[in-house]
Design a protein around this ligand. Structure first.
Ligand code: DAH
Length: 344
């Protein structure tokens, strides 16, 4: 039995020495020292020993157990150390690697230009208002003196949702909405930026969805010269002090008289080139004195109040200001295009 125990110890110690993982070691623990393990197995034969032999073998068995446990402890510590080192090696941070670039976003060019225009008008005492993109036929047309049957209501031009609901074709309905909200007895000085929709086929200068900014100033004694002064200030602030403006007679159902404003061409300084189609001037916006019918419908007495209104397209303004040749660039979300304007 003594030989059996010696043999067992030898075998256990050499197997412990050969293990490569903590898991294998745990397995050996079960194999040799467990309740059904080799040592227990050997000790089952104790019953056949003489009285004198029993304590000797018992003591030896304890020594064998202690030796195996000790060897396992030492091996476990070694294995754990090796595993820790391996892990540390794997997780080392290579501080010489180049960093991953962090992409920083920025405002969309149209957002920037709208904010720039807002700032100019806020400086002139205007407030910024909003209106719904899904609009009623009444506010989009009727309240702006575009009665039923007017060509602008054509199915060709307007996205209708129902007979009475449509995607607004311009920001002008916010004129009537604002005046109604102020109940005909307070001055109005507001601009309204927003998206508008038309049934256009998209090309370099047309988009079925684009942006507009509406302006409205209603008070006692508002005159055409106030409109001209305001637009002149605006044009110089946005395009540069050296730019000239001119007003041309035009027609809009909601203003009378109506004008279109041109600015002198920056490319040729008014000499005539391909950008301004040889005229020296570039059309920027429509404007005019608010039609008495529009004032009346919105609850303002045209004998007491007068006003002017204007509407412009930030898309077009951004195109002219930055030399962008295709309106579709604004809506394609190509980051290579957009990021050129992040500091604009
Ligand atoms: N609503 C017009 C359009 O979409 C633009 C416009 C012209 C607005 C004259 C105005 C204005 O307020 O007075 O073409």
């Amino acid at each position: 039995m003594k030989e059996q125990l010696d043999l067992l110890q030898q075998k256990a110690l050499s197997e412990i020495e050969d293990t490569h993982s903590v898991k294998e070691l745990q397995q050996l623990n079960v194999t040799y020292l467990g309740r059904k393990g080799s040592l227990t197995n050997v000790l089952r034969g104790m019953g056949q020993l003489s009285k004198e032999e029993r304590p000797v073998i018992g003591q030896l068995a304890n020594q064998v157990r202690a030796a195996i446990e000790k060897a396992m402890e030492v091996k476990q510590a070694t294995l754990e150390q090796i595993e820790l080192e391996k892990q540390l090696e794997k997780e080392t941070i290579d501080i010489t690697l180049p960093g991953r670039p962090v992409n920083i976003g920025g405002a969309h060019i149209l957002t920037s230009i709208i904010e720039e225009i807002e700032d100019i008008f806020i400086g002139l005492g205007y407030e910024v208002r909003e209106g719904p993109e899904v609009e009623t036929d009444y506010f989009n047309f009727e309240a702006l003196n575009l009665p039923k049957g007017h060509p602008a209501r054509d199915m060709q031009d307007t996205f209708y949702i129902t007979n009475e609901l449509l995607m607004r074709t311009h920001t002008s309905p916010v004129q009537a909405r604002t005046m109604q909200a102020l109940e005909g007895n307070r001055p109005v000085r507001m601009i309204c930026p927003g998206k508008v929709y038309r049934r256009d086929n998209d090309d370099a200068t047309h988009s079925h969805q684009f942006t507009q900014i509406e302006g409205l100033y209603v008070d006692k004694n508002v005159r055409m010269s106030d409109l001209k002064g305001t637009l002149n200030t605006f044009a110089k602030k946005i395009f540069g002090e050296e730019r000239e403006i001119r007003l041309r007679p035009s027609f809009f159902p909601f203003t009378e008289p109506s004008v279109e404003m041109d600015i002198s061409c920056k490319v040729c300084s008014g000499q005539g080139c391909s950008v301004c189609k040889k005229t020296g001037w570039i059309e920027i916006l429509g404007a005019g004195m608010v039609h008495p019918k529009v004032l009346t419908m919105a609850g303002y007495d045209p004998d007491v109040y007068t006003g002017f209104a204007f509407g412009m397209g930030p898309d077009r303004i951004a195109m002219l200001k930055y030399g962008i040749d295709d309106i579709r660039h604004f809506y394609k979300n190509d980051i290579r295009f957009l990021k050129q304007f992040h500091n604009a």
